[in-house]
Design a protein around this ligand. Structure first.
Ligand code: HEC
Length: 111
């Protein structure tokens, strides 16, 4: 009886633990990023200008278009890295993470 009770307690504990972990991981890959720094960088590097030139969509319309490519946080980070490489911006991975965190907070809202 006693053993069963403590098994029950362990079950409850691990359930609570995994729920807590899921809540904390709402931001998952961006938990340690700085979206405000990313916002500044997005403006300073004219990211929207090229997108607008190619698609005739402004910043908001481009990142929220129905047929957008990015569908996961991982893809968002690698797309930002691809564009930054194309631009030869010489950004550090940390900068790219901040940029992606800004876009996720503002437009993508991916979990
Ligand atoms: C030289 C042009 C150019 C520049 C500059 C540029 N991009 Fe892009 N970007 C593109 C093109 C082209 C696409 C793909 C558009 C398409 O598929 O219709 C794209 C797509 C994206 C996407 C994916 C959009 C989607 O469909 O979900 C993201 C995110 C993105 N760029 C981020 C950035 C960021 C951040 C910067 C600035 C650091 C940047 N880009 C600068 C050309 C550029």
């Amino acid at each position: 009886m006693k053993a069963r009770k403590s098994l029950y307690a362990i079950g409850l504990l691990s359930m609570a633990f995994s729920m807590n972990v899921n809540a904390q991981n709402g931001e998952r890959l961006f938990a340690a990023a700085n979206p405000s720094a990313g916002k500044t960088m997005h403006a300073e590097n004219n990211c929207a200008a090229c997108h607008q030139q190619r698609t005739e969509k402004n910043e908001q319309a481009f990142y929220t278009r129905a047929d957008r490519k990015v569908s996961t946080q991982e893809k968002l980070i690698s797309q930002v890295a691809a564009c930054s490489t194309q631009l030869n911006l010489g950004l550090f991975p940390e900068d790219e993470l901040n940029l992606a965190a800004y876009l996720n907070r503002e437009y993508y809202k991916l979990k």
